[in-house]
Design a protein around this ligand. Sequence first.
Ligand code: SF4
Length: 345
Amino acid sequence: MNIWGMTQEELQTVLTPFRIPSFRAKQILHAMYQEHRTDFNEMTNLPKGLRAQLSETLAIERPSVLALRKSADGKTAKFLFEFSDGATVESVLMRQPYGNSICVSTQDGCNMGCAFCASTLHGLSRNLTRGEILAEAYAIDEFLQEQGEKIDTCVLIGTGEPLMNYENVVGFLRLMHEKETFGMSYRSFTLSTSGIVPGILRLAEEGLPISLSISLHAPSQELREKIMPIARKYALSDVIAAAKFYAEKTGRRVTYEYILIDGVNDRLEEARELVRLVSGQLANVNLIPLNPVVESGLKRPSQESIQAFSAYLSKHHIPVTVRKEMGTDINAACGQLRNAYREAR
Ligand code: SF4
């Protein structure tokens, strides 16, 4: 049995047949999460006999790093992980001016079908467990520790739709918050969703003050349906109502992510509609110039179009940012490294 990703309570239950004092569970968690031990024999805080006993029935399994790409400026690193069943996911580290931000995946693949996304090309293989998501963060943390750094913020925006893996994602957030793992404040997390309305409403009631970002990508129902099939299930008006509810409930500003695609959603007509849609909300818009995926045939708009779109929003008092490109030398669109590996295999 793999104990990686367990809470103290769960480990205590697993250890019942060993008939050992309950403080041992705490010691094992400390060795596993604080000292980064993956071999019971290296847990010198445990008696020798117990180490051997634990090794016979339990394991601490974490994914292997299949690829690590570092940008020339040292600010961005992309990791490709493989789990024991062959599931592969990408994670990214970005050294931002405000700290080290990591981006983790929550599913092996995705079945949301967004037109611009490489992660959905082969569909969904499976959900990641909370321990597997935690393992992504740990591997990046170890990479940072070697350079005397640490993780400051975490975004759940990699491969997968986090709200379609709700229990594991919330379990991951709670684990990251525990002091025996990272002790990270909930305010350091952002969850990005394609607009799973019941999940947003549930998250609003969860009592976790994390930031929410919504992949909007189109200001009208009709256009959104064309680029995001999930829009047929959850209407734009319901997504906006859920976002407002989330902001009211948590007091956290919602970010609307808007991928700018040449000739699809980047005209002033769409900027006008977007202003109408977002005005008056506790929200801001993050414009993301498309990182093209060859298979989709979609293109990135010109710099002039991006600037014109952003300026229109600003002029109409919508807080707007344009995502800064980082690590362009390694920055294939999200999911392409994983796809290349899968195809080669
Ligand atoms: S953008 Fe996100 S939700 Fe959409 S297909 Fe890609 S991974 Fe899935």
